[in-house]
Design a protein around this ligand. Structure first.
Ligand code: ARG
Length: 588
């Protein structure tokens, strides 16, 4: 079934074409615009096309609006009126109120439908979502946490919609820095490299820092490090083995975090593209895109300048012959388009890399790797994570917080809150709840702020039970479930036999909102702004609470209808939270 907004869109397009058949040859260019009303006073939806068409047609906008309304088919095509009334307001807005009987009919189609009215696409899009992407031998930081949470949510959304999604972790696992670390570990921790001793990422990070200091201070060590780079790049088995051990230690630490977050990723780090780099550079050169600048091979693109106003290069090969971040990203985008045949690629990294990706996309287009008519690429950017002091998030000691500590703190805090709120829950159950709540709170706090802004991290705020928080939504779900339990009727026996009958205005408002789940997912998939979904779910919980305040369920004559309506609420909350990567619990 089409979403409400798309059904209206079709209707308005048809009406416009009937009213102005002269627009038919260029129908695609007609600026049809239907939006949800921001205020119930103005109906449920609004069409703003008349003002735009008026200019084009040189007719007064209200007259255009009247003409459109006159030609509009108000039925749903199945013998029901879809639209109850239309009203022309102000300069030519068309306010649309849907018919109650239509809403009643539509909301019944959601009962017992696990897809909640969202059809799978006839043509699933091959989509790559690249996210998380930490750097080997370094800890994941809060920036990677944002990438991980946002990327996972977008991947879950596109998966639910029915697309073919590949979730890639583009780990920074290759580069000259490994020379230092391997040289250092060969001297200081040979048993780790031989596999006799085990260690963890924290130790690795400490060695990495020490090796860097030594590199800067000791000329002989610098030489040995450079030699290691050459050996590693030349494929020397010992060096490769050492590198693999370093990657393994890092991978284990990352996996611990992904497991805690319940996030799945396919690792395809920078090293994966290593064998392709020389060919990519040769190809770019053959296509005439490369210029030499101080001995380095560079691509200069129109419109990209540095702060001084000089042309900014994409450097695909350094003057010493080495490849870098830019080269790998050119190889990656080519591989994703040509080998993976991705129709859509989404990169989730901080806003600081915006210029880098804009250049990669442009260069890939020029090289013919990417065809904007066939491949959609997006760089999904996000702002900083701030501490309560408004500065970049750090621990008390002033260090960058280890993510694993941050997440376990959230779970511990959730546990304390639950202990106080619900002392009757036994320890084991409470720990499972605390995990769902603590992790859910961290994810929700991130996803519910507009990703392009900075967001202030606060355990206290994210773990509140009131307001736009994970706990509020998880609790709304628990409430619906407990109502269902209390009435003691098996809902499965009602589905298909009983119907929802909307009567009270709170029921109608709730039903309309439930029917808007579909289009909300479409908005997020188009604009890649997850907080539209959190806002939607928050609105859903509020409308459910209003319904429950106004309409008695248990023992009322409308009990069955209201139970079914509650069931659709529960399914929508559960599915919506699941797209955010948040688990629902039955009791809390
Ligand atoms: N490893 C990088 C970092 O930590 C992020 C990689 C982003 N992806 C890419 N294809 N360049 O900043």
């Amino acid at each position: 079934m089409k979403s409400l907004i798309n059904q209206l869109y079709d209707k308005f397009l048809q009406a416009i074409l009937k009213a102005y058949p002269e627009l038919l040859p260029d129908a695609d260019a007609i600026p049809v615009e239907v939006t949800q009303s921001t205020n119930d006073k103005f109906g449920h939806y609004q069409c703003n096309t008349a003002m735009k068409l008026a200019k084009q047609l040189k007719v007064a906008p209200r007259q255009v609006a009247e003409h459109i309304v006159h030609h509009l088919d108000r039925s749903n095509g199945e013998g029901l009126a879809m639209i109850a009334h239309l009203e022309i307001a102000g300069p030519g807005f068309i306010n649309i109120a849907l018919d109650n009987a239509f809403l009643n009919h539509q909301v019944n189609t959601l009962v017992g439908d696990p897809r909640l009215g969202v059809d799978k696409p006839t043509h699933p899009q091959k989509t790559i979502v690249e996210f998380s992407s930490p750097n080997t031998a370094k800890e994941l930081h809060v920036g990677h946490l944002r990438s991980t949470i946002i990327g996972d949510c977008l991947a879950r959304l596109l998966e639910f919609q029915g697309h073919d999604v590949l979730r890639l972790n583009h780990i920074g696992d290759w580069g000259t820095a490994f020379g230092m670390l391997i040289a250092y570990m060969k001297e200081q921790a040979p048993k780790v490299l031989s596999g006799e001793h085990h260690t963890d990422l924290t130790q690795l990070v400490a060695w990495y820092k020490a090796s860097k200091m030594l590199f800067d201070a000791d000329e002989a060590f610098k030489q040995r490090s450079r030699l290691e780079v050459v050996k590693l790049q030349g494929g020397d088995p010992d060096s490769l083995h050492a590198w693999e051990i370093i990657c393994d230690i890092s991978r284990k630490a990352y996996q611990e975090i992904y497991d805690l977050l319940d996030i799945k990723l396919v690792e395809r780090g920078e090293s994966f593209y290593n064998p392709m780099l020389a060919e990519v550079v040769a190809d770019l050169e053959a296509k005439g895109l490369v210029q030499l600048s101080d001995g380095a091979k560079c691509i200069f693109l129109e419109g990209f300048q540095n702060r001084e106003g000089d042309p900014l290069p994409l450097m695909v090969q350094k003057s010493d012959g080495g490849y870098n971040y830019d080269t790998t990203d050119m190889a990656a985008i080519r591989h994703r388009c040509e080998v993976e045949k991705a129709e859509r690629i989404i990169y989730v990294t901080d806003a600081g890399q915006a210029t880098h990706f804009a250049m990669i996309f442009k260069a890939a287009e020029k090289a013919g790797y990417l065809n904007p008519a066939k491949n959609r690429v997006d760089h999904v950017t996000f702002g900083l994570v701030l501490g309560p002091d408004g500065k970049k998030f750090r621990t008390r000691a002033g260090e960058t917080e280890r993510l694993i500590d941050l997440l376990t703190t959230a779970v511990d805090r959730a546990d304390e809150i639950l202990k106080e709120r619900s002392p009757e829950i036994d320890r084991e159950d409470r720990l499972a709840l605390a995990k769902a709540l603590g992790i859910g709170a961290v994810k929700y706090a991130d996803l519910s702020t507009h990703r392009q802004g900075d967001y202030t991290f606060s355990y206290d705020r994210m773990l509140r039970f009131e307001g736009n928080t994970a706990a509020f939504l998880m609790y709304a779900y628990v409430r619906v479930e407990s109502i269902k339990r209390k009435v003691g009727v098996d809902i499965n026996n009602l589905i298909g036999k009983e119907e929802i009958k909307l009567e009270h205005p709170s029921e109608l408002a709730l039903a309309l909102h439930l029917l808007q789940f579909h289009e909300t997912l479409d908005f997020v998939s188009k604009d890649l702004i997850p907080n539209r979904l959190t806002d939607y779910l928050f609105g859903l919980a509020e409308r459910f609470n209003a319904f429950f305040r106004d309409c008695r369920v248990e023992g009322s004559p409308e009990q069955h209808s209201r139970l079914l309506l509650s069931e659709v609420v529960a399914c929508t909350l559960k599915q919506g939270l699941s797209i955010l990567g948040i688990a629902t619990v039955e009791r809390m």
